[in-house]
Every structure is written in structure tokens, then in C-alpha cells.
Design a protein around this ligand. Structure first.
Ligand SMILES: *Cc1c(COP(=O)(O)O)cnc(C)c1O
Length: 426
């Protein structure tokens, strides 16, 4: 079973390895450390993906979050097909992005203006530049374990030297860049206040995933999130909520409306495009007006607000009613309780359990609430690897990494839940 190669996926991966670095276009897809080759997916529908060897899986990766409606939701597919007939890129003003902008702005009270880009990374890159341009300051506070895309200034981890030092987490990021990102532990107010005290008048912004979900699911105390807003106000720094995962997921207005905390800027991605490449930065008008062409902070994009992607995003967001979210919550509760009851019956896995926040879940070997990365059990990856393989064999597809979370969609309905039970317990 070690290094098991499924027929067609295995040979496609061999080919991919010669054509593409590591065989993948994004590292997590490579199944690194999982001792099996990636499955090549050829098609999908609802809660299921099918690989090139014709094996079907119940999908809990869901493209890492965008597919809150599942694969090929009929309304979205129909609108996309219509849009395709009209053309798919103009590099000019078009009405479709306005419909999406209007839909979002009219529903999320703290947003006056929005700009669409092509990915979450681009959204964060723009938000960080905008915060610096608006405040005239350089330093950004980032939390250890939060992921904000692959821009240089966010590929920074806590330094191995003195407390408060930071270094690049990737080769190719210059030390000068690392120096302007300050790393603080999640859920640690004392460290955060100290950071402001040590850099008076220099902090442009705090950026945080208000529901950190890229290094496991590290649910923060509400009091901690509220303190961020207070500290930013006291220091004339901006608060950036990176809601690329949590936006339109925990509820339509993401963690901002969920907690009642208004960030100055918010970044979106994933669900906002419904599975097409869309990101966005949004916020108060006086800040957004700093963007080119009206303001001095440059930002642009040949394919930004791509009409096909705008239509896919709008069709997706239009389905996200209050009834939708209560249904999703009940499906999520059922799915997680099925997984948990199965885990208990398995000698090998009975110490694992699922932490859930709405339709997001994380499998961990502890029942403690984990709030920062120092509390994550060290043997997590090893234990995940066995579970991942067992589930994959049963036709259940998790995101292929212990630190990635699972995503439940509205396609994971009663029928799929029954199928999940069959696949687990048979
Ligand atoms: C996925 C993600 C990003 C990066 O988005 P991409 O579209 O992959 O560039 C940024 N921030 C958060 C919180 C994310 O989950």
C-alpha cells in the first residue's frame, strides 16, 4: 500500500512531475507526506468528485472553500452558460461587476466600496498596500498561523532569534520585506499590546483571519477580536479582516457581522467567485478612495472583474439566504456527528475528533479548544495520514493535509449523509 499508484492518476502524476514543478500548480495538491499519489479529478457534481480511474468520492475539500453550493449547482451553471454566450473578457467597463458590487454592498453595512481582483492573494496584497498608503506607515502586524496568500509581506513567520523578530517563511523574500511584518501569537493580548508599545506610530494595520482556518481551525475569543478594534482605534492603525474563507461562510457578512466588529478593510476570495477566480478588497469609502485612479495607491488587473467570474459569483451569493445558512448548519451538524460516531468505533482513530465551526471542520487528536499554533498536538500530521488514507479508500475525500480544514456544502444533504454512513460503516 505504500506509494500505491492508482492506474491513470498515477501515470498522469508521473507525466505532471516532468511538466510542472512537483507535478502541481499549488503545493498542497501534491499529497506530500501522504504516501499515495494525488487523484486526478475529471468531473464533479453536487457533493461528489470523480477521478480519472472512475472512482467517486464524497468531497469535503470543495475546492478549498469556494463551493458552498457544491459542484455545478444548477442555477450557477445556467447563468454561466448564458454568460458564456455574451463573451468572457472585455478589459472595459461592463455591468456585471456592478450587480455583484451592489449585491454585496447593500447587504454588508460597513462596506461602502469594493474592488474586484482575481484571487485572495491579490486582495490581501491590495489591502496591505492600501493600508500603508492611507496611514503613511510601513509596519503590518500579522498573527502566527494565519495565512493571507503568497505575497512577500505575508510569507513571514516568527523569528528564531529575539522575541518580536520575524523572518521569511519562504526563500526569495528579502529581509527588508520581512522586517516590516511583525508576528504576534493568536489570542495573546499581552504580546499584541507590547508590539504596539515597541513600534509607536509605525503600525499601518493589523491583519487577521478573524476565524483562523488555514492552520487548523483556531477559533478566537470574541474578547480578543474586540480588543483588536480597540487597539487599532487607539493607535490610528487600520484593522484588516481577511475573510477569504470566513466571508459568506459563517454568515453572509462573515465574521465581521457575526461578531459585530467593523474592520476598516476586508478581503474576500473563495466563495465570492463561487469557484471562479475572484477576490475583492472592500471597506470605508474614505480609505477605498485612496486607490488608483482617484487615489495615490496603485492597483490594476487585465482580467479583474472578469464578466464570467462576476456572473458566477453573483449567482452563488444570490443563493445564500438565511434559510440557506440554517439548512447548511443542520447538514454540517449531521455530517460531523456521523464522522465522530464512526471515529469512536475505530481503535486506531478513537482519540481523534472533529472541531466544528458552522460548515468548517478540523480533525484533531484532542478535545481541548486550540486557539494558537503552539497548542496543536505535535503528532497531528502522522495521525492524519492514516485517517486520510483509510477515508480515501472508502471514497471519502478530505483536503490532503492535516492542517487544512474540511468544507461542508449545501450539496451534503440527507442522501449524501446516508451514503457517508454506508461508506464509513460498511
Ligand atoms: C485562500 C486564502 C487566501 C489566498 O487566496 P488565493 O485565492 O489562494 O490567493 C488568503 N487568505 C485566506 C484567509 C485564505 O484562506
Amino acid at each position: 500500500m505504500e506509494n500505491q499508484v492508482t492506474d491513470k492518476s498515477g501515470s498522469l502524476f508521473q507525466k505532471a512531475l516532468s511538466l510542472v514543478p512537483g507535478g502541481v500548480h499549488s503545493p498542497v495538491r501534491s499529497f506530500k507526506g501522504l504516501h499515495t499519489t494525488p487523484r486526478f479529478i475529471q468531473s464533479a457534481k453536487g457533493a461528489y468528485v470523480q477521478d480519472v480511474d472512475q472512482k467517486q468520492y464524497i468531497d469535503f475539500c470543495m475546492s478549498f472553500g469556494p463551493l458552498i453550493l457544491g459542484h455545478r449547482y444548477p442555477e450557477v451553471e445556467a447563468k454561466l452558460q448564458e454568460a458564456l454566450q455574451r463573451g468572457w473578457s472585455y478589459g472595459a467597463c461592463e455591468p456585471y461587476s456592478l450587480e455583484l458590487a451592489d449585491f454585496i454592498i447593500s447587504r454588508i453595512p460597513f462596506i461602502d466600496q469594493i474592488r474586484f481582483v482575481n484571487s485572495g492573494t491579490e486582495a490581501v496584497m491590495t489591502a496591505v498596500r492600501l493600508a500603508r498608503g492611507y496611514t503613511g506607515r510601513h509596519k503590518i502586524i500579522k498573527f502566527n498561523g494565519c495565512y493571507h496568500g503568497h505575497l512577500d509581506s505575508m510569507l513571514i513567520k516568527a523569528g528564531s532569534g529575539l522575541a518580536g523578530t520575524a523572518e521569511a517563511s519562504s526563500k526569495g523574500v528579502p529581509p527588508g520585506t520581512a522586517q516590516d511584518t511583525l508576528i504576534v501569537e493568536l489570542n495573546n493580548l499581552a504580546e499584541l499590546s507590547q508590539c504596539f508599545n515597541e513600534h509607536p506610530g509605525q503600525i499601518a494595520a493589523i491583519i487577521i483571519e478573524p476565524l483562523p482556518a488555514n492552520n487548523g481551525l483556531l477559533v478566537q475569543d470574541l474578547s480578543f477580536l474586540k480588543e483588536l478594534r480597540k487597539l487599532c482605534d487607539q493607535n490610528q492603525s487600520l484593522l484588516i479582516f481577511d475573510e477569504v474563507i470566513s466571508g459568506f461562510r459563517v454568515e453572509f457578512g462573515g465574521m465581521a457581522t457575526h461578531t459585530g466588529i467593523n474592520p476598516d478593510l476586508v478581503t474576500y476570495g473563495k466563495i465570492i467567485g463561487g469557484g471562479l477566480p475572484v477576490g475583492a478588497v472592500a471597506g470605508r469609502k474614505e480609505i477605498m478612495q485612496f486607490l488608483a485612479p482617484v487615489g495615490p495607491v496603485y492597483q490594476a488587473g487585465t482580467l479583474s472583474a472578469n464578466p464570467l467570474a462576476m456572473v458566477g459569483g453573483l449567482a452563488t451569493l444570490q443563493c445564500l439566504t438565511p434559510e440557506f445558512y440554517s439548512k447548511l448548519e443542520s447538514y454540517s451538524e449531521s455530517v460531523v456527528s456521523i464522522f465522530n460516531s464512526w471515529l469512536k468505533t475505530q481503535d486506531q482513530f478513537k482519540n481523534l475528533q472533529i472541531l466544528r465551526k458552522g460548515s468548517l471542520f478540523w480533525i484533531v487528536p484532542t478535545d481541548q479548544k486550540i486557539k494558537n499554533i503552539k497548542e496543536i498536538p505535535a503528532d497531528l500530521a502522522k495521525r492524519f495520514y492514516d485517517l486520510f488514507k483509510a477515508l480515501l479508500d472508502k471514497g471519502i475525500y478530505l483536503a490532503p493535509n492535516a492542517y487544512e480544514i474540511g468544507f461542508i456544502s449545501i450539496a451534503h444533504d440527507e442522501k449524501v449523509q446516508n451514503d457517508l454512513k454506508d461508506r464509513l460503516f460498511k
